[in-house]
Ligand binder design. Structure first.
Ligand code: GCO
Ligand code: MG
Length: 408
């Protein structure tokens, strides 16, 4: 069996999804996702210029050897762009394998460990009362877990993932006004004074059963993060996410020494080598990698297995920028993983997105139920894809009140 051709598409409804389609001489094709938010053209180029010319003629069933060829075979290997490109190839090869076996992917991993995988959505508000309304709205829809973010009184501009005005969503995932980023102003002191009390009020209002998550988005210093994690202990968070920038992993030890608040890290990691120590030393509770830019199913499954040895559970990244193809790969891992924790899930549900990526993965009452179709269980409509093309976008940049550049 041979790979005969492969194509890359960039675009989608309100997103620049990077979709790979690998064709074979037996007519079976596989789909993969290389979407790297706001850098989408780069994994696409890596696929077109370097990977696809090498893949043609290879046996698509040898997904392990092909992964090693892409990773070890590249002298300058790894990094988010290359890993997103390898990830798309790896997903597409697993898709082909599942279709050849006539089995959904979770069966190839070891079968189902659960009927539905709990997900969380993003509740957000320009201020605390606005956030309370957003939480109530999601609870009505059956969500059991919510990430909660709100505007901070006195903050010179809206902060991470928070709308400027009451009742509005916010396009913080991509700002398609162009390649030059907007600037957000950040003050850690204001945040530290407001947010623990806000989280406590949320707990009081919604009771003990709601799983409350909160994302600091890499903005605190290690000592501040330790203080924050300790202050929010009585709230009983499901997790506190990215309290500090991820490069300095010793910071997690300081936070751990001062608090039992569960910690979730890893949405920007693209390799097991970036999280193996954090996992082995049990400095985190949830690993947040995404199957797309962690290099695909093959390496992500290794991370999940390592995590399982150390009581670390999964909480795969699933920001709105993720394509239904990457989310489908995660749905299969979530159905199987003995150490599944939760899944961030915001992608499906718009008619345009469903038309581009038809699938029967189902979301009901805050749980994802994985498709039983062979392979990934998601398709790609090339006719629909013609409606879309790449639009340049950017994340905001963050500055402190004195102008110093900070972590977005
Ligand atoms: C999350 C993330 C995202 C990121 C986004 C950047 O927890 O979902 O922090 O919201 O900001 O993925 O592209
Ligand atoms: Mg996050």
């Amino acid at each position: 069996m041979k790979i005969t051709d492969a194509k890359v598409f960039v675009g989608g409804p309100g997103k620049n999804y990077v979709t790979l389609k690998i064709m074979t001489d037996e007519g079976v094709y596989g789909l993969g996702d290389a979407t790297l938010n706001n850098r989408e053209t780069l994994p696409a180029k890596y696929l077109q210029d370097y990977l696809i010319p090498n893949l043609i003629g290879m046996d698509p069933r040898n997904s392990e050897d092909i992964w090693q060829f892409m990773y070890r075979g590249a002298y300058f290997r790894g990094g988010p762009i290359a890993m997103a490109a390898y990830g798309a190839v790896d997903m597409a090869l697993w898709d082909i394998k599942g279709k050849l076996a006539n089995m959904p992917l979770y069966q190839l991993f070891g079968g189902k460990s659960r009927d539905g995988a709990m997900v969380y959505a993003h509740a957000t508000g320009s201020d605390l009362p606005d956030l309370m309304d957003s939480i109530a709205h999601y609870i009505e829809q059956g969500y059991k877990a919510l990430r909660v973010q709100c505007g901070i009184p006195g903050m010179p501009s809206a902060s991470y993932a928070v709308p400027e005005d009451k009742g509005q969503g916010k396009h913080y995932i991509s700002d398609f006004r162009g390649i030059r980023p907007r600037v957000e102003i950040w003050d850690s002191g204001l945040y530290m004074r407001h947010m623990p009390g806000a989280l406590a009020e949320i707990r009081d209002r919604f009771g003990p059963d709601l799983h409350i998550l909160h994302d600091v988005h890499h903005r605190l210093l290690p000592r501040e993060a330790a203080e924050f994690a300790k202050a929010v202990e009585p709230v009983g968070l499901f997790w506190l996410e990215d309290p500090t920038p991820t490069e300095d992993q010793e910071a997690l030890r300081l936070i751990r020494q001062h608090s039992t608040t569960p910690l979730a890290i890893g949405e920007v990691f693209n390799s097991i080598w970036q999280c193996n120590r954090l996992i082995e030393q049990e400095l985190i509770d949830y690993i947040r990698v995404a199957v797309t830019y962690a290099g695909g199913i093959t390496p992500t499954k290794r991370i999940v297995d390592l995590a399982g040895l150390h009581h670390v559970r999964t909480g795969f990244h699933g920001a709105p920028s993720h394509s239904p193809i990457g989310m489908a790969a995660q749905a299969h891992l979530n159905a199987w993983a003995p150490n599944f924790g939760i899944q961030e899930y915001l992608v499906l549900g718009t008619p345009d997105c469903d038309a581009l990526f038809p699938s029967d993965h189902r979301m009901e009452n805050g749980m994802v139920h994985v498709s039983d179709a062979p392979g990934l269980g998601v398709d790609f409509d090339e006719g629909e894809a013609e409606r879309y093309s790449y639009r340049p976008g950017s994340h905001p940049v963050v500055r402190l009140t004195d102008g110093t550049l900070w972590n977005y």
